[in-house]
Write a protein that binds this ligand. Structure first.
Ligand code: NAD
Length: 490
């Protein structure tokens, strides 16, 4: 049940699409329902964009593109900085909204507001620091000028699991670079993005620079935008199969793309690890966001000599979790996003147990309204189990023992994904070897959470293309021009 404060907050969030600087209903007045996954209740109806609404949003982004590209970088930076301050002031509201529509515990939602807002601050700082270069060509006959230019109108598609951070990680660098955007949030969690855009407007966002279209039919709305010759860039965060579909659509026009896709992170614990640190890291890497993070540890690869001790300790921690609606005091595990996610966790656990894994705790859905699955630990998971191949996206910790370093590396790399890996060892040389041997775009060495706005976030293999955050993040929205001029001295 939403209480009075929640009702007021929900009522304050616009229910329209944001196109050309105006909130407006969808064509034909269509709406989609937003639910609280902890109760299954509908908390708000918002506009459900049609294909024509999507095109109107792109029209608006194209109309604003030249003026925004010509806006001095300092002004773009200051808009982002003002937004950063506003988000900070509204942390409690944004966090509560996120908990209502997505389910994560309030403390984690506050953490996401801080993390997501760091992208706004970071790219406000980057905006005025885009560098070019000037120099003689090797022959001495000319001067080479290298300049950076905004890529142009962008289409940004975000997932439901980090509704604020995945939006700011795209919107902030695009705006900093001088690009206008159409944002399509996940239909399950449109309210957080809408609220954030309201703060951008309060900070002085010009009309058409950011446009937001929520829709219950992402495929129908997106394809005409992606194949429109005016679009210059697609940035997508979501599952690998959808990313592959969008890459195919983008191919005809050789559209610039960034793809932040699925993960299947190995979490390797050597026998020389500090087990206290490894257990803390494991809990963070697995259960943050109720296990629904692309960076979530998916496979715990633990040296046989410490596997039992590690399993005993993580099980003890998991049994102390409190599950419930994220707004309740002391809750550490909220609901999964929907019943499909519960069914998936259930199927993966059943398959693993049938193939010989031992269920140490959990392993069942909770008998209460909402999409709840008990935090679960499985040990001795056998090769060939689905849970080792698929992204779990739920609160299930699966442990596989190993005997030596080569076997650990082989198991860790035995996946098509390559987003992030975690390694626990107190042996420096071994840690260095693992940096070189693990095939992932990111790695936590004796840490369980790696995300940082100042770092290049992204994956190898089927986990994606491009990087978000860091000095690299703004370059996803810039294109390079090289100009040759004659040697001015003849
Ligand atoms: P999803 O692929 O189902 O949806 C992501 C977004 O794409 C949503 O906005 C959805 O509406 C939209 N979408 C779905 N089908 C589409 C289509 N045919 N055309 C255009 N848009 C379409 O993923 P999800 O369930 O929302 O998110 C979970 C997935 O996202 C996981 O695989 C997770 O690993 C991944 N993820 C990756 C990162 C990263 O940075 N690598 C971060 C967060 C989540």
């Amino acid at each position: 049940m939403t209480d009075e404060r929640e009702a007021r907050l929900l009522a304050s969030v616009p229910d329209g699409l944001f196109i050309g600087g105006e909130w407006r209903p969808a064509e034909g007045g269509r709406t989609l329902a937003v639910q609280d996954p902890a109760t299954g209740e509908v908390v708000k109806e918002v506009a459900d964009a049609s294909v024509a609404d999507g095109t109107a949003a792109l029209d608006a982004a194209c109309a604003a593109a030249d003026d925004w590209a010509a806006t001095p970088a300092r002004e773009r930076a200051e808009l982002l900085r003002r937004t950063f301050e506003l988000v900070r002031e509204r942390t409690e509201d944004l966090a509560l909204l996120m908990t209502i529509e997505m389910g994560k515990p309030l403390a984690e939602a506050r953490g996401e507001v801080a993390y997501g807002n760091e992208f706004v601050r970071w790219f406000s700082e980057q905006a005025a620091h885009v560098q070019g270069r000037y120099g003689a060509n090797p022959e001495g006959t000319g001067r080479m000028v290298v300049t950076q230019h905004p890529v142009g109108p962008c289409f940004l598609i975000t997932p439901w699991n980090f509704p604020l951070a995945m939006a700011t990680r795209k919107i902030a660098p695009a705006l900093a670079a001088g690009c206008t955007v159409v944002v399509k949030p996940a239909a399950l969690t449109p309210l957080t993005t809408t609220f954030f855009v309201q703060l951008l407007v309060e900070a002085g966002l010009p009309a058409g620079v950011v446009n937001v279209v929520n829709t219950s039919d992402s495929g129908a709305l997106s394809e005409p935008i992606i194949t429109d010759p005016r679009l210059r860039k697609l940035s997508f965060t979501g599952s690998t199969p959808v990313g592959q579909t969008l890459l195919r659509q983008a191919a005809d026009r050789v559209l610039r793309t960034s793809m932040e896709l699925g993960g299947n992170a190995p979490f390797v614990v050597f026998d020389d690890a500090d087990l206290d640190k490894a257990v803390d890291g494991a809990i963070a890497a697995k259960f943050r966001n109720i296990g629904q993070a692309c960076t979530a540890a998916n496979r715990f690869i633990v040296h046989a000599d410490v596997a039992e001790e590690f399993t005993r300790r993580v099980t003890e921690r998991v049994e102390s979790f409190r599950t419930g609606r994220g707004t309740e005091e002391g809750v550490t595990i909220g609901p999964l996003i929907d019943d499909r996610a519960v069914a998936k966790a259930e199927a993966l656990v059943t398959d693993a147990v049938e193939r010989g894994a031992t269920l140490r705790t959990g392993g069942h859905r909770l008998d209460r309204p909402g999409s709840f699955y008990a935090a679960t630990v499985l040990s001795d998971v056998q090769a060939g189990s689905d849970i080792l191949r698929e992204e779990i996206f739920g609160p299930v910790l699966a442990i596989v023992p190993f005997r030596d370093e080569d076997e650990a590396v082989r198991l860790a790399n035995d996946t098509d994904f390559g987003l992030v890996s975690y390694v626990y060892t107190e042996n420096l040389a071994r840690g260095q070897r693992m940096i070189e041997r693990l095939q992932t775009g990111m790695m936590g060495l004796n840490v369980g959470v790696v995300s940082n706005a100042a770092a290049p976030f992204g994956g190898w293999k089927l986990s994606g293309l491009g990087r978000e955050g860091g000095a690299e993040g703004i370059h996803e929205y810039l294109q390079t021009k090289y100009t040759l001029t004659p040697n001015p001295f003849g």
